[in-house]
Design a protein around this ligand. Structure first.
Ligand SMILES: *Cc1c(COP(=O)(O)O)cnc(C)c1O
Length: 391
Protein backbone atom coordinates (compact mmCIF):
# COMPACT_ATOMS: atom_id res chain seq x y z
CA UNK A 1 0.00 0.00 0.00
CA UNK A 2 1.33 3.44 -0.92
CA UNK A 3 1.31 6.24 1.65
CA UNK A 4 -0.81 9.22 0.69
CA UNK A 5 1.49 12.04 -0.25
CA UNK A 6 -0.37 15.36 -0.67
CA UNK A 7 1.02 17.57 -3.44
CA UNK A 8 2.39 21.06 -2.82
CA UNK A 9 -0.22 23.69 -3.71
CA UNK A 10 -0.39 27.46 -3.62
CA UNK A 11 -3.59 28.19 -1.70
CA UNK A 12 -5.09 31.46 -2.92
CA UNK A 13 -8.72 30.61 -2.35
CA UNK A 14 -10.99 31.90 0.43
CA UNK A 15 -9.20 29.58 2.88
CA UNK A 16 -7.33 27.57 3.90
CA UNK A 17 -4.43 29.86 3.08
CA UNK A 18 -0.80 28.83 2.71
CA UNK A 19 0.68 27.58 5.98
CA UNK A 20 4.15 28.82 6.92
CA UNK A 21 6.85 26.10 7.14
CA UNK A 22 7.48 26.87 10.82
CA UNK A 23 3.77 26.32 11.55
CA UNK A 24 3.88 22.93 9.80
CA UNK A 25 6.95 22.02 11.83
CA UNK A 26 5.17 23.05 15.04
CA UNK A 27 2.26 20.83 14.02
CA UNK A 28 4.57 17.81 13.85
CA UNK A 29 6.14 18.38 17.29
CA UNK A 30 5.50 15.61 19.87
CA UNK A 31 1.90 15.23 20.99
CA UNK A 32 1.20 16.26 24.59
CA UNK A 33 -1.70 15.31 26.78
CA UNK A 34 -4.55 17.80 27.01
CA UNK A 35 -3.84 18.16 30.75
CA UNK A 36 -0.05 18.47 30.47
CA UNK A 37 1.29 21.63 32.15
CA UNK A 38 3.12 22.42 28.88
CA UNK A 39 -0.19 22.27 27.03
CA UNK A 40 -1.62 24.78 29.52
CA UNK A 41 1.42 26.97 28.95
CA UNK A 42 0.80 26.91 25.18
CA UNK A 43 -2.85 27.83 25.81
CA UNK A 44 -1.81 30.75 28.01
CA UNK A 45 0.53 32.00 25.29
CA UNK A 46 -2.09 31.55 22.55
CA UNK A 47 -4.68 33.48 24.57
CA UNK A 48 -2.21 36.29 25.19
CA UNK A 49 -1.30 36.55 21.49
CA UNK A 50 -4.93 36.37 20.42
CA UNK A 51 -5.68 39.32 22.75
CA UNK A 52 -2.93 41.26 21.01
CA UNK A 53 -4.28 40.43 17.55
CA UNK A 54 -7.93 41.01 18.50
CA UNK A 55 -6.77 44.20 20.26
CA UNK A 56 -8.71 43.41 23.40
CA UNK A 57 -8.24 43.20 27.15
CA UNK A 58 -10.94 40.51 27.39
CA UNK A 59 -9.75 37.84 29.84
CA UNK A 60 -12.15 35.42 28.15
CA UNK A 61 -10.18 34.89 24.94
CA UNK A 62 -9.48 31.33 23.80
CA UNK A 63 -9.50 28.96 20.84
CA UNK A 64 -12.39 26.53 20.47
CA UNK A 65 -11.58 23.06 19.06
CA UNK A 66 -13.27 23.27 15.68
CA UNK A 67 -13.35 25.43 12.56
CA UNK A 68 -14.76 28.95 12.15
CA UNK A 69 -18.32 27.63 12.26
CA UNK A 70 -17.70 26.22 15.74
CA UNK A 71 -16.73 29.75 16.78
CA UNK A 72 -19.97 31.02 15.30
CA UNK A 73 -21.94 28.38 17.21
CA UNK A 74 -20.03 29.07 20.43
CA UNK A 75 -21.00 32.75 20.46
CA UNK A 76 -24.63 32.15 19.55
CA UNK A 77 -25.36 29.08 21.67
CA UNK A 78 -23.98 30.81 24.77
CA UNK A 79 -25.48 34.27 24.27
CA UNK A 80 -28.92 33.34 22.98
CA UNK A 81 -31.62 31.66 25.06
CA UNK A 82 -34.79 30.35 23.45
CA UNK A 83 -37.06 33.32 22.74
CA UNK A 84 -34.34 35.98 22.89
CA UNK A 85 -34.63 38.65 20.20
CA UNK A 86 -31.73 38.56 17.73
CA UNK A 87 -31.11 40.98 14.87
CA UNK A 88 -28.93 39.61 12.06
CA UNK A 89 -27.43 41.64 9.22
CA UNK A 90 -27.28 39.42 6.14
CA UNK A 91 -25.46 40.50 2.99
CA UNK A 92 -23.99 37.20 1.88
CA UNK A 93 -23.61 33.48 2.48
CA UNK A 94 -22.05 33.69 5.94
CA UNK A 95 -24.53 36.22 7.28
CA UNK A 96 -27.23 33.75 6.24
CA UNK A 97 -25.41 31.01 8.18
CA UNK A 98 -25.36 33.27 11.26
CA UNK A 99 -29.12 33.73 10.95
CA UNK A 100 -29.68 30.00 10.50
CA UNK A 101 -27.70 29.12 13.63
CA UNK A 102 -29.39 31.89 15.65
CA UNK A 103 -32.69 30.29 14.66
CA UNK A 104 -31.51 26.77 15.49
CA UNK A 105 -30.56 27.81 19.02
CA UNK A 106 -34.08 29.12 19.50
CA UNK A 107 -33.63 32.86 18.97
CA UNK A 108 -36.53 35.06 17.92
CA UNK A 109 -34.59 36.16 14.86
CA UNK A 110 -35.15 39.25 12.73
CA UNK A 111 -33.16 38.96 9.52
CA UNK A 112 -32.39 42.11 7.56
CA UNK A 113 -31.25 41.18 4.09
CA UNK A 114 -29.10 43.32 1.90
CA UNK A 115 -28.46 42.58 -1.73
CA UNK A 116 -25.26 40.49 -2.09
CA UNK A 117 -22.32 42.69 -3.04
CA UNK A 118 -23.21 45.56 -0.71
CA UNK A 119 -22.58 45.96 3.00
CA UNK A 120 -25.56 46.00 5.36
CA UNK A 121 -27.19 49.38 5.91
CA UNK A 122 -27.46 50.39 9.60
CA UNK A 123 -30.55 52.51 8.81
CA UNK A 124 -32.39 49.44 7.47
CA UNK A 125 -31.42 47.45 10.54
CA UNK A 126 -32.61 50.27 12.82
CA UNK A 127 -35.91 50.42 10.97
CA UNK A 128 -36.39 46.64 11.28
CA UNK A 129 -35.71 46.82 15.02
CA UNK A 130 -38.73 49.16 15.25
CA UNK A 131 -37.82 50.53 18.66
CA UNK A 132 -37.69 47.10 20.30
CA UNK A 133 -34.86 45.90 22.52
CA UNK A 134 -32.68 43.02 21.32
CA UNK A 135 -30.39 40.56 23.07
CA UNK A 136 -27.94 40.28 20.19
CA UNK A 137 -27.02 42.17 17.03
CA UNK A 138 -24.84 39.99 14.77
CA UNK A 139 -22.97 40.83 11.58
CA UNK A 140 -20.12 39.60 9.39
CA UNK A 141 -17.10 41.90 9.21
CA UNK A 142 -15.52 40.40 6.09
CA UNK A 143 -18.17 38.65 3.96
CA UNK A 144 -16.12 36.02 2.17
CA UNK A 145 -18.85 35.14 -0.30
CA UNK A 146 -18.79 38.60 -1.91
CA UNK A 147 -15.58 40.31 -0.76
CA UNK A 148 -17.42 43.15 1.00
CA UNK A 149 -16.15 44.89 4.13
CA UNK A 150 -18.72 45.92 6.73
CA UNK A 151 -18.05 49.06 8.80
CA UNK A 152 -18.35 48.04 12.43
CA UNK A 153 -18.67 51.44 14.15
CA UNK A 154 -22.25 52.26 13.03
CA UNK A 155 -23.40 48.76 13.98
CA UNK A 156 -21.78 49.04 17.42
CA UNK A 157 -23.70 52.29 17.90
CA UNK A 158 -26.93 50.59 16.84
CA UNK A 159 -26.28 47.66 19.18
CA UNK A 160 -25.91 50.15 22.05
CA UNK A 161 -29.25 51.78 21.12
CA UNK A 162 -30.98 48.39 21.08
CA UNK A 163 -29.42 47.28 24.36
CA UNK A 164 -27.92 44.41 22.38
CA UNK A 165 -24.66 42.52 22.61
CA UNK A 166 -22.64 43.13 19.46
CA UNK A 167 -21.50 39.85 17.86
CA UNK A 168 -19.03 39.94 14.98
CA UNK A 169 -17.83 37.29 12.52
CA UNK A 170 -14.13 37.96 11.93
CA UNK A 171 -13.40 34.64 10.25
CA UNK A 172 -11.82 36.33 7.22
CA UNK A 173 -10.46 39.41 8.95
CA UNK A 174 -8.44 38.24 11.95
CA UNK A 175 -4.76 38.49 11.07
CA UNK A 176 -5.22 40.29 7.76
CA UNK A 177 -7.26 43.41 8.50
CA UNK A 178 -7.71 45.65 11.55
CA UNK A 179 -10.64 44.80 13.85
CA UNK A 180 -9.90 46.41 17.21
CA UNK A 181 -12.35 44.49 19.39
CA UNK A 182 -12.33 46.92 22.33
CA UNK A 183 -12.22 50.02 20.14
CA UNK A 184 -15.16 48.73 18.08
CA UNK A 185 -17.15 47.86 21.25
CA UNK A 186 -17.58 44.22 20.19
CA UNK A 187 -19.05 41.91 22.84
CA UNK A 188 -18.36 38.57 21.21
CA UNK A 189 -16.19 37.74 18.24
CA UNK A 190 -15.04 34.56 16.55
CA UNK A 191 -12.61 33.64 13.84
CA UNK A 192 -10.74 30.63 12.48
CA UNK A 193 -7.15 29.45 12.32
CA UNK A 194 -6.87 28.81 8.57
CA UNK A 195 -7.46 32.15 6.87
CA UNK A 196 -5.69 35.33 8.03
CA UNK A 197 -3.69 33.48 10.67
CA UNK A 198 -2.39 30.97 8.11
CA UNK A 199 -2.50 27.96 10.39
CA UNK A 200 -4.30 24.76 9.38
CA UNK A 201 -8.01 24.66 10.11
CA UNK A 202 -9.11 23.14 13.41
CA UNK A 203 -9.23 25.97 15.94
CA UNK A 204 -11.61 28.91 16.29
CA UNK A 205 -10.33 31.92 18.25
CA UNK A 206 -13.13 33.59 20.23
CA UNK A 207 -13.28 36.51 22.64
CA UNK A 208 -16.08 37.66 24.95
CA UNK A 209 -16.39 41.02 26.72
CA UNK A 210 -17.11 41.16 30.48
CA UNK A 211 -20.63 42.33 29.56
CA UNK A 212 -21.14 39.25 27.37
CA UNK A 213 -19.91 37.01 30.18
CA UNK A 214 -22.41 38.61 32.56
CA UNK A 215 -25.19 37.79 30.12
CA UNK A 216 -23.97 34.17 29.96
CA UNK A 217 -23.85 33.98 33.78
CA UNK A 218 -27.45 35.29 34.00
CA UNK A 219 -28.88 32.62 31.70
CA UNK A 220 -31.98 30.86 33.01
CA UNK A 221 -31.22 27.72 30.96
CA UNK A 222 -27.97 25.90 30.21
CA UNK A 223 -26.62 26.28 26.67
CA UNK A 224 -27.90 23.39 24.56
CA UNK A 225 -24.33 22.40 23.59
CA UNK A 226 -22.04 20.75 26.11
CA UNK A 227 -19.05 20.83 23.75
CA UNK A 228 -19.34 24.59 23.16
CA UNK A 229 -20.45 25.60 26.68
CA UNK A 230 -18.42 28.74 27.35
CA UNK A 231 -18.33 28.33 31.13
CA UNK A 232 -16.79 24.85 30.72
CA UNK A 233 -14.36 26.01 28.02
CA UNK A 234 -13.32 29.00 30.11
CA UNK A 235 -12.72 26.73 33.10
CA UNK A 236 -10.51 24.40 31.01
CA UNK A 237 -8.60 27.32 29.47
CA UNK A 238 -8.27 29.86 32.25
CA UNK A 239 -9.66 28.30 35.42
CA UNK A 240 -8.58 25.12 37.19
CA UNK A 241 -8.05 23.37 33.79
CA UNK A 242 -10.74 20.79 34.52
CA UNK A 243 -11.04 18.18 31.76
CA UNK A 244 -13.71 19.11 29.26
CA UNK A 245 -12.58 17.54 25.95
CA UNK A 246 -9.32 16.15 24.56
CA UNK A 247 -7.96 19.29 22.94
CA UNK A 248 -5.24 18.74 20.31
CA UNK A 249 -1.82 19.87 21.51
CA UNK A 250 -0.40 19.73 17.97
CA UNK A 251 -2.98 22.27 16.81
CA UNK A 252 -2.17 24.43 19.85
CA UNK A 253 1.54 24.29 18.97
CA UNK A 254 0.72 25.29 15.39
CA UNK A 255 -1.55 28.16 16.47
CA UNK A 256 1.02 29.35 19.00
CA UNK A 257 3.54 29.59 16.15
CA UNK A 258 1.08 31.13 13.68
CA UNK A 259 0.09 33.84 16.19
CA UNK A 260 3.76 34.37 17.05
CA UNK A 261 4.41 35.12 13.38
CA UNK A 262 1.59 37.69 13.35
CA UNK A 263 2.73 39.47 16.49
CA UNK A 264 6.39 39.38 15.38
CA UNK A 265 5.53 40.94 12.02
CA UNK A 266 3.54 43.66 13.78
CA UNK A 267 -0.16 44.30 13.17
CA UNK A 268 0.28 47.54 11.22
CA UNK A 269 3.02 46.09 9.02
CA UNK A 270 0.98 42.97 8.39
CA UNK A 271 -2.14 44.89 7.38
CA UNK A 272 -0.05 47.17 5.13
CA UNK A 273 1.44 44.08 3.45
CA UNK A 274 -2.05 42.79 2.70
CA UNK A 275 -3.10 46.13 1.19
CA UNK A 276 0.02 46.35 -0.99
CA UNK A 277 -0.21 42.80 -2.30
CA UNK A 278 -3.95 43.03 -2.85
CA UNK A 279 -3.53 46.27 -4.82
CA UNK A 280 -0.86 44.64 -6.95
CA UNK A 281 -3.12 41.67 -7.65
CA UNK A 282 -5.96 44.03 -8.61
CA UNK A 283 -3.61 45.89 -10.99
CA UNK A 284 -2.69 42.59 -12.65
CA UNK A 285 -6.29 41.37 -12.88
CA UNK A 286 -7.45 44.66 -14.37
CA UNK A 287 -4.59 44.56 -16.89
CA UNK A 288 -5.98 41.19 -17.96
CA UNK A 289 -9.31 42.91 -18.54
CA UNK A 290 -11.04 41.29 -15.55
CA UNK A 291 -13.50 43.19 -13.38
CA UNK A 292 -13.92 43.07 -9.63
CA UNK A 293 -17.38 42.56 -8.15
CA UNK A 294 -17.01 45.16 -5.38
CA UNK A 295 -16.03 48.84 -5.78
CA UNK A 296 -12.71 49.75 -4.17
CA UNK A 297 -14.31 51.74 -1.33
CA UNK A 298 -16.18 48.69 0.04
CA UNK A 299 -13.80 45.95 -1.05
CA UNK A 300 -11.80 43.64 1.18
CA UNK A 301 -8.10 43.54 0.47
CA UNK A 302 -7.69 39.98 1.68
CA UNK A 303 -10.41 38.45 -0.49
CA UNK A 304 -11.21 39.57 -4.02
CA UNK A 305 -14.31 38.48 -5.92
CA UNK A 306 -13.49 38.59 -9.64
CA UNK A 307 -16.26 38.45 -12.24
CA UNK A 308 -15.96 35.45 -14.53
CA UNK A 309 -16.04 36.83 -18.09
CA UNK A 310 -18.94 35.78 -20.31
CA UNK A 311 -18.23 32.58 -22.22
CA UNK A 312 -15.46 31.43 -19.88
CA UNK A 313 -15.93 28.05 -18.19
CA UNK A 314 -15.53 28.51 -14.40
CA UNK A 315 -14.72 24.91 -13.53
CA UNK A 316 -12.41 24.32 -16.49
CA UNK A 317 -10.29 27.35 -15.62
CA UNK A 318 -10.00 26.43 -11.94
CA UNK A 319 -9.12 22.85 -12.84
CA UNK A 320 -6.36 24.03 -15.22
CA UNK A 321 -4.95 26.33 -12.52
CA UNK A 322 -4.89 23.47 -10.03
CA UNK A 323 -3.59 20.76 -12.38
CA UNK A 324 -1.05 22.81 -14.34
CA UNK A 325 0.10 25.37 -11.75
CA UNK A 326 -0.79 23.82 -8.41
CA UNK A 327 -2.78 27.00 -7.78
CA UNK A 328 -6.07 26.93 -5.90
CA UNK A 329 -8.58 29.77 -6.19
CA UNK A 330 -12.20 29.60 -5.05
CA UNK A 331 -15.45 29.47 -6.98
CA UNK A 332 -18.58 31.42 -6.10
CA UNK A 333 -21.02 30.55 -3.32
CA UNK A 334 -24.81 30.64 -3.43
CA UNK A 335 -26.17 33.12 -5.98
CA UNK A 336 -22.61 33.91 -7.13
CA UNK A 337 -21.80 30.30 -8.07
CA UNK A 338 -20.39 30.31 -11.61
CA UNK A 339 -20.37 34.12 -11.62
CA UNK A 340 -17.21 34.95 -9.64
CA UNK A 341 -13.86 33.57 -8.65
CA UNK A 342 -12.68 34.31 -5.13
CA UNK A 343 -9.00 34.95 -4.71
CA UNK A 344 -7.56 35.17 -1.23
CA UNK A 345 -4.50 37.26 -0.40
CA UNK A 346 -4.12 36.10 3.17
CA UNK A 347 -1.43 35.63 5.75
CA UNK A 348 1.60 33.64 4.63
CA UNK A 349 0.07 33.33 1.16
CA UNK A 350 0.18 37.10 0.63
CA UNK A 351 3.55 37.26 -1.11
CA UNK A 352 4.85 38.94 -4.29
CA UNK A 353 5.65 35.51 -5.72
CA UNK A 354 2.06 34.31 -5.29
CA UNK A 355 0.58 37.50 -6.75
CA UNK A 356 2.76 37.25 -9.86
CA UNK A 357 1.95 33.55 -10.19
CA UNK A 358 -1.79 34.20 -9.88
CA UNK A 359 -1.81 36.91 -12.56
CA UNK A 360 0.39 35.06 -15.05
CA UNK A 361 -1.22 31.65 -14.52
CA UNK A 362 -4.77 32.99 -14.70
CA UNK A 363 -3.86 35.11 -17.75
CA UNK A 364 -2.27 32.15 -19.52
CA UNK A 365 -5.20 29.84 -18.77
CA UNK A 366 -7.72 32.46 -19.89
CA UNK A 367 -5.84 32.97 -23.18
CA UNK A 368 -5.80 29.20 -23.71
CA UNK A 369 -9.57 29.19 -23.12
CA UNK A 370 -10.29 31.73 -25.83
CA UNK A 371 -10.69 34.83 -23.65
CA UNK A 372 -9.08 37.91 -25.19
CA UNK A 373 -7.17 39.40 -22.29
CA UNK A 374 -6.64 43.18 -22.45
CA UNK A 375 -2.86 42.81 -22.01
CA UNK A 376 -0.91 39.62 -22.54
CA UNK A 377 -0.47 37.52 -19.40
CA UNK A 378 3.22 38.45 -19.18
CA UNK A 379 2.44 42.18 -19.46
CA UNK A 380 -0.31 41.90 -16.83
CA UNK A 381 2.20 40.25 -14.50
CA UNK A 382 4.44 43.22 -15.23
CA UNK A 383 1.65 45.60 -14.24
CA UNK A 384 1.25 43.71 -10.95
CA UNK A 385 5.00 43.88 -10.43
CA UNK A 386 5.02 47.63 -11.03
CA UNK A 387 2.20 48.03 -8.49
CA UNK A 388 4.22 46.05 -5.95
CA UNK A 389 6.83 48.75 -6.07
CA UNK A 390 4.27 51.30 -4.78
CA UNK A 391 4.42 51.48 -1.00
C1 LIG B 1 -14.89 30.58 6.26
C2 LIG B 1 -15.95 31.38 6.94
C3 LIG B 1 -16.78 30.84 7.93
C4 LIG B 1 -16.78 29.37 8.24
O1 LIG B 1 -15.59 28.91 8.69
P1 LIG B 1 -15.22 27.34 8.62
O2 LIG B 1 -13.81 27.36 9.12
O3 LIG B 1 -15.36 26.93 7.20
O4 LIG B 1 -16.12 26.63 9.53
C5 LIG B 1 -17.64 31.68 8.59
N1 LIG B 1 -17.72 32.98 8.30
C6 LIG B 1 -16.96 33.54 7.33
C7 LIG B 1 -17.09 35.00 7.03
C8 LIG B 1 -16.06 32.75 6.62
O5 LIG B 1 -15.31 33.30 5.65
Amino acid sequence: MQPFDPPQRVLLGPGPSDVAPSVLRALSAPTLGHLDPQTFEMMRVIAERLRTIFETQNPCTLAVSGTGTSGMETTLVNLIEPGDRVLVAVHGYFGARLAEIAQRVGGDVTVVEQEWGKPSDPAKLRAAAAGRKFKVLAAVHAETSTGVRQELEPLAALAAELGALFVVDAVTSLGCAPIGVDRARIDAIYSCSQKGLSCTSGLAPVSFSPRALEAVAKRKTKPSSFYLDLALLERYWHGDHLYHHTACSNLFAALAEATRLVVAEGLEARYARHVRLSNALVAGLEALGLELLIPASERLHQLLAVKIPAGVDDVKVRKALLDEYGLEIGGGLGVLKGKVWRIGVMGSGATPRNVLLAVSALGTVLEANGFRTRSKATDAAGAAGAALAVR
